[in-house]
Design a protein around this ligand. Structure first.
Ligand code: GTP
Ligand code: MG
Ligand code: NA
Length: 344
């Protein structure tokens, strides 16, 4: 396939934004899942990760008759909570990503944690795309399932188009007040040169989803080929420490670069000192399934970045989320690595 000839890893995309703007629902819409309705109170309380193979993205963007060769093997999407108690998780998520989607509810405009997320992205100099979500809530919206936003907008009445333009203009003004220039993506000639792109979407009826996916993969492949070039130095972060029935304590990690093998000796930061153990099982959810949702897992002998992975090993009970995972290579001194791990 065309994937290997470029030797690129999948871009990692973090979804951020205020509570209830539709971050998880957008992912549900792309995955064809129903994770959001299973959440307690409809509130995300953990970081999630989902792998979208390039084939699925191609399928979902067919509508736009785009170049099918996406150059990247897929897309690893990280879901974050928007609720105010989870600033640390938003920060952790945004620290891992190559690009972000900042979700704004078209009926609400910029909200408190939209601005907090925006500041995290500015601080790390992370490029982002704005999903202006819930367009189906414009009064009188005519559903055009999975249509490109241009096509969907043409189907709308003058009143809907007017309300859309009014709300869009308001959001552009609110971004401007934060020092950020924004423009509808198909009118944006300055993407990457200071003007951020807005993609109107609906997570319920899927208008604008093809646009969002295509923009993401094309943009990352076009502007980040150096950053996305695969290298074998392991870069891996612990997202969550979890007890799983039948497995015991496991860690969910994001492998940003490099490769992990079953049996690898690893070191992670623990509450009572460094934990040295070896990988008993390397598990992933199936493609298009959420890592944080209980389900069946695929077992792997080895996994290459980028991926969201569940690791089963002994002694992980006191591992600390948010820290780095290290591999002990044949030439490494375990003591040096233990010291590095505890500096996190
Ligand atoms: P947190 O993770 O808790 O911050 O929320 P979130 O941003 O993930 O939002 P979530 O996916 O939980 O959606 C919040 C509510 O908005 C749910 O009731 C969704 O059904 C609804 N919703 C999300 N996207 C859309 C949309 O595009 N249109 C409409 N009409 N409702 C939406
Ligand atoms: Mg959510
Ligand atoms: Na929610």
């Amino acid at each position: 396939s065309g994937q290997c000839e470029y030797n690129l890893r999948s871009p990692i995309c973090c979804i951020m934004g205020h509570v209830d703007t539709g971050k998880t629902k957008l992912l549900d819409c792309i995955r064809g899942t129903n994770v959001q309705e299973g959440e307690a109170g409809g509130i995300t309380q953990q970081i999630g990760a989902t792998y979208f193979p390039a084939e699925n993205i191609c399928e979902r963007t067919k509508e736009l008759k785009a170049d099918a060769n996406l150059k990247v093997p897929g897309l690893l999407v990280i879901d974050t909570p928007g609720h105010e108690s989870f600033t640390n998780l938003r920060s952790r998520g945004s620290g891992l990503c190559d690009i972000a989607i900042l979700v704004v509810d078209i009926m609400h405009g910029l909200e408190r944690h939209t601005i907090e997320s925006l500041n995290l992205l500015k601080m790390r100099n992370t490029n982002f795309i704005i999903a202006l979500n819930k367009v189906d809530r414009l009064y009188g919206w005519k559903v055009c399932h999975n249509a490109s936003i241009v096509k969907a907008m043409k189907q709308q009445s003058k009143d809907v188009q007017f309300e859309f333009r009014t709300r869009l203009t308001q959001v552009i003004t609110e971004f401007k007040e934060q020092g950020i220039n924004t423009e509808l993506y198909y009118k944006n000639k300055d993407m990457g040169k200071g003007t951020f792109s807005i993609v109107p979407t609906s997570a319920i009826s899927a208008e604008g989803i093809p646009d969002l996916l295509l923009l993401l993969v094309q943009w990352t492949a076009k502007t980040m080929s150096e950053r996305l070039t695969y290298n074998n130095i392991v870069q891996c972060t612990v997202l969550e420490v979890k007890v799983v029935e039948g497995l015991g304590t496991t860690i969910d990690v994001i492998l940003v670069n490099g490769v992990l093998h079953e049996g690898d000796q690893i070191v992670v930061c623990g509450m009572q000192g460094p934990i040295v153990t070896s990988i008993r099982a390397l598990l992933t959810p199936f493609p298009m399934k959420e890592l944080r949702v209980k389900g069946s897992y695929e077992h792997h002998k080895e996994i290459k970045a980028s991926q969201g992975i569940k690791i089963n090993a002994q002694g992980l009970e006191h591992a600390i989320a948010g820290t780095s995972l290290y591999i002990v290579g044949p030439d490494d001194d375990v003591e040096d690595i233990k010291e590095a791990a505890m500096k996190d």
